[in-house]
Each structure stands twice: as C-alpha cells, then as structure tokens.
Design a protein around this ligand. Structure first.
Ligand SMILES: [Zn+2]
Length: 485
C-alpha cells in the first residue's frame, strides 16, 4: 500500500515495522469546545485508515489522546464557571456523542494527558540532562531548538525565517524566541502538579511524545493529524522525542488537508464556524461521513450545506439501489446460477479498481467513484425486465450487495438497513424543511383513501398540496411512494 509521507514529501510503500502489526498514533482534541467540521474530517480520515489497514489483514493498535489540560481549557473554565477538569469532561463527552454518531471507531487506547504527568516530568528531565532543555528562574522549562539540528525537517520550515518572525514575551526568559515550553510554571488559580521546577503543568507538545512512546513504543509506524498540526505541534513532538531517544520518532507522518466553509477559511469572527452538531441537526451523520470521503484526504475540502445536499442525494441512490437489490433477491427463485460473462467481467474490473484506489494513498474519492459505477451496473440490470427475472442477475445482485457490505466495512459507509435508512432520510428532510410530519402523513393517507374510492380529482388536489410543501408523490403498481425534495 502506498501512503504519502509528509517527512519525505512523497508517496512510499507502507509496511509496518513489526510484521503484520501497525502502531498508529493520532493527535486528539483539546477538550474545551464542541468539535467542528475540521475535527470531523480528521476523525473520519483516520477512522478509514484504521479500518482499511485492518481490512487488508494487519493488526492495528490505534492510540488517540485527549488534551485535558491546556490554556484554552483553563480560559473556558473561567468563562463557564467550572473547573478545568469539568470542562474537559464535558467536551470529551460531547466528542464521543458526535464521533459515535459519525461511526468513528473508538481507539484502542485513549489516554488523557493528566494521567501521564510523571512520564512528562521524566522526559523533561532527560532533555535537560542531555542539554536539549533548560529551566528558567520562573519555573518554566523550554526546549532548546538550536540544539536540535533537524528542527524544521518535518514541516519544511527554514529555521532562520522562523526565528526572524518569533518574539520573546516579557518575563519568558527564553534563550531563543523559537524555544518552546516543555513545562509551564503555574499561574495563580491554575491547576498544577508538583515538579522538580516547582508547581506547573506540561506543555501541549510534550504530551504526545510521552503518551505515544509509553503506549506504542518508538518508532511509531504512523503518526497522524490535521495539516494544521504539522507545525509547530508535530515538529516539536519530533524534536523532543528524537533528542531524548537519539532515534527515529515516527516512520510515516500522515496529514489530512484543511476544510474551508463556503470557500473561506473557517473562523468564529467570519461567522462561518460550523460544528458537527450544527450539521447533524439537519443531515444524517452518514451523509457527513460520505461527504468527507468524496475528496482525497490530502486535498482541501470545501464545506457548504448545498454540497451536503448533493452528497445526500448521492448516498440516497446507493441505499435505494441496495433496497431494490434486496427486494429483487427475495423475489427471484434460486437455481443453478451462472453469471453472464459480460457483467461479471465488468464487476471484476470494478473490484480490482476499488482496491487499487484504496491502496493508492487511501484514495477514497476514487474508491467511491467505483462504488457508483457498480451501482449503475446494478441499476442497468434492475431496469431490464428480461434481466430482472433471471437467476444470473440475482447472483450478480448478491455479489454487488456483498461488495457494498465489504467495502462499506472499510469505509464505514452503507452499513445501515436500506429501508430504515431511507425512512430516517425522509424524517430529517421533513425536519429540515420545517414541515409537520403528522400533517404530511395525514395528507398522504387521505390521498390513498381518495385513490381507493377512485376519487381521482381529490387525489390530484392532495398531490398538489403535497407538491407545494415539497413532498413528491408518485403512483406505482405497489401504491403511492413519496419523498421530500
Ligand atoms: Zn500531538
């Protein structure tokens, strides 16, 4: 499998260091607010990576941390009148709600920074001993960036340029403006832990170096996170760990791209800040997951509610086809099954292409394209009356359903019961349009009654009322079917 390695700036064949066992670390959230669309993208990308690595037969140990002590958490605690620990608890619980909805598998280990303070103190001591760090009179400890020759390698930064843009804040006692905090002396009314340098708390970058080494051992096979973390967070993690161990930190660095909202950078000041909750109020979680996978994970992704509606229609087509295939399978009788060569060959090509896309740096966009080709093939078969009745088409249908299940496991998609999913979709569309479900159902029932007594004029009037509301009704031999636009 090929994976793009930020460290080398190119795709490389990925193989785990230890046979068949992939050790993966991904930076988790700082728990001080609800997760936004950027968090959703990173979570979905690495969830698919884990699922796919397992799908291909490797054992994966996946560690994703929670930063539960940080300046932002302390600030939020003051604003909400809670303790820092209560803030972290609240937003970790919210994280699980959002991520469970999106079908994100739990990591094998989900350490919290505050459970690893002794290890962080030990690593800091080691860096001081080796001349890579120094304590200041105030009780802060800084990493000495100029002592680490490879600084800037991961993010491709020029150290002199960085230095010219950096400032030392008053009272910091840094030797060099680029030096970063390993340990921060406690300010009044802040949570603190005792240390050889006085009461304080760990710096953010230090946490990941310690937790990843403690739980997975170095070097990691893959270290992942959003592109925004590459500098300074990952650069600093790498500097700390390599300086302390004189060895490699992570063999592959995998970064997912940015998310924009309506073609602008997302920010609270622009008023285009979108949380996962905002989206799930109006869309099924799987639609968001699907939307996020329609772009290659390294490409920038532009979020808009319009593109979510497009994604919703696309996913609906897949579930509609799945529902038809299941129904078709139930109706046709079994006998000696022979696939027609032509369609069988087409399907074989699609299976090969799907794998090829996933093996090429986890190209989910390409893989989803092949899913749609397969869905089109299914519909070609279902729309042809001669075919629909044949045993061969049933066998082909079963094979397509199996592929959707199998690929769906790797992508975390298409796993719902199709009828149940389509019903949920109608419900959420009714809600999004601000319609009253009871009223819609009442009108539909009244129209069915009118048709039963052959009052077609009334049936047409009721259809028009429904159409004006955005509810489309079609009459089929099996009765009326409806959908919300
Ligand atoms: Zn990290």
């Amino acid at each position: 499998m090929l994976l793009y390695n930020t460290l080398l700036g190119k795709k490389e064949e990925f193989l785990p260091l230890r046979e068949d066992h992939v050790r993966l670390y991904v930076c988790g959230i700082t728990a001080y607010d609800y997760c936004h669309i950027g968090h959703a993208r990173s979570a979905v990308v690495f969830d698919v990576l884990v699922r796919y690595l397992r799908f291909r037969g490797w054992k994966v140990t996946f560690v994703r941390n929670f930063t539960d002590i940080d300046d932002k958490i302390i600030k939020r605690a003051a604003a909400e009148g809670l303790s820092a620990a209560e803030v972290a608890e609240k937003y970790i619980a919210a994280f699980y709600e959002d991520m469970d909805a999106l079908g994100i598998l739990r990591a094998d280990q989900e350490p919290r920074a505050t459970d690893h303070i002794p290890g962080m103190i030990r690593l800091t001591e080691k860096l001081i001993e080796k001349g890579y760090a120094y304590a200041t009179p105030r009780g802060d400890v800084y990493f000495r960036v100029r002592a680490f020759a490879e600084y800037g390698r991961l993010s491709g930064r020029n150290i002199e340029e960085l230095r010219s843009g950096a400032r030392v804040e008053p009272g910091e006692h840094k030797e060099d403006p680029l030096d970063f905090a390993l340990w921060k002396a406690a300010k009044p009314n802040e949570p603190f832990w005792p240390s050889p340098w006085g009461s304080g708390r760990p710096g953010w970058h230090l946490e990941c170096s310690v937790m990843s080494e403690d739980l997975l051992g170095l070097p990691l096979d893959i270290h992942g996170g959003g592109q925004d973390l590459a500098f300074p967070h990952h650069e600093n993690e790498m500097a700390q760990s390599m300086a302390a161990t004189d060895g490699e930190f992570a063999r592959f660095w995998v970064h997912n791209g940015f998310v924009q909202v309506n073609a602008e950078k997302m920010s609270k000041s622009l008023g285009n800040f979108v949380t996962i909750r905002d989206i799930l109020a109006n869309f099924l979680p799987e639609v968001l997951r699907f939307f996020l996978l329609t772009k290659h994970y390294r490409s920038p992704l532009d979020f808009s509610f319009d593109s979510m509606e497009e994604a919703e229609k696309a996913l609906q087509r897949i579930y509609q086809t799945t529902a038809l295939l299941r129904e078709h399978g139930a109706r046709t009788k079994w006998s000696d099954a022979v696939l027609l060569h032509e369609l069988e060959a087409e399907l074989k090509d699609l299976e090969r292409d799907w794998t090829k896309a996933m093996e090429d740096d986890l190209n989910t966009a390409g893989a989803l394209g092949h899913v749609f080709s397969m869905v089109r093939l299914a519909n070609r078969m279902l729309e042809d009356k001669g075919w629909r009745k044949s045993v061969a088409s049933k066998t082909l249908g079963v094979k397509i359903l199996e592929n959707l299940q199998c690929w769906g496991q790797a992508l975390g998609l298409f796993l719902d019961d199709p009828q149940a999913w389509l019903t949920k979709l109608k419900d959420i569309r009714i809600r999004r349009r601000g319609l009253d479900k009871g009223q819609v159902e009442g009108l539909l029932a009244a129209r069915e009654d009118a048709r039963r007594v052959k009052d077609f004029q009334r049936a047409d009037t009721l259809r028009q009322v429904l159409t004006d509301m955005g509810v489309e009704v079609r009459d089929t031999p099996a009765g009326q079917v409806w959908d919300v636009a």
